[in-house]
Design a protein around this ligand. Structure first.
Ligand code: ATP
Ligand code: MG
Length: 218
């Protein structure tokens, strides 16, 4: 369902990835590891069409992401992708329930459904009693869980999660990985999980490591 074909990306003089190939099947979970600054977040951003590529192709459900215009990329993200950003990107002027419901609002879903699903997802990440609270009242790990709820609320085909358990204790982190399994994998959705945790990586079907020489499979 996701295919990267000879993807090449440079920042100025620095070549980040060169001729990178990666294929992810429906329902497959791939852990992406690699040292800080190697290009993991950039890789997720390129797949989501948030960062242009210099050469190659990225296909999601057969759709070429680089070939889309801005409106097409927005639609693709809205309809098919759930993204847990490394820096959360929870919006400060919206309540937690409004933050989680945002993908459904953008998809034009009715208010009652948005409300119900946002509250249900917040409960699933352990924040059911905080739905009407504000981001500024939350700890880092709680914000991370709001970001996870928001990435799952519209039942995406592909989850791109950038260190989704980086701010969580091992038990809560494991519970979030359980949630990905029960909400996504059961419906055939795939995931790329960037992680520094070997514990989290071991739960995936495959581990790939980004290095200066390219992707190494393990
Ligand atoms: N817009 C940009 N312009 C120039 N260089 C950039 C830009 N964005 C990222 N970089 C550089 O590209 C490299 C890869 O960054 P990226 O954020 O993808 O790393 P990462 O593997 O996610 O690291 P970490 O594990 O620390 O999150 C870094 O050296 C970074 O400084
Ligand atoms: Mg990163």
């Amino acid at each position: 369902m996701l295919e990267l074909l000879r993807v090449t990306k440079t920042y100025g003089q620095r070549s980040l990835v060169r001729d990178l190939d990666l294929t992810v099947a429906p329902g497959e979970y791939v852990a992406v590891m690699g040292e800080s600054g190697i290009g993991k977040s950039t890789l997720l951003n390129m797949i989501a069409g948030l960062e242009p590529i210099d050469a190659g192709d990225i296909r999601l459900d057969g759709i070429s992401v680089p070939a889309l215009d801005e409106a097409g990329r927005v639609t693709l993200r809205r309809e098919r992708i759930g993204f847990v950003f490394q820096a959360f990107h929870v919006l400060p002027h919206l309540t937690l329930a409004q933050n989680v419901a945002l993908p459904l609002l953008l998809a034009g879903r009715p208010a009652a459904e948005r409300e119900e699903r946002a509250r249900e997802l917040l409960a699933a990440v352990g924040l059911g009693d905080r739905a009407d609270g504000w981001p500024r009242e939350l700890s880092g790990g709680e914000l991370q869980r709001v970001a996870i709820a928001r990435a799952l609320v519209h039942r995406p085909r592909l989850l791109l999660a950038d260190e989704p358990t980086g701010n969580l204790d091992p038990e809560t982190g494991a519970a979030m990985l359980d949630l990905f399994e029960s909400r996504l994998r059961s419906s055939g959705a795939a995931a790329l999980l960037v992680t520094h945790s070997h514990e989290a990586a071991r739960r995936c079907d495959r581990i790939v490591t980004l290095t200066r020489a390219g992707l190494v499979r393990q």
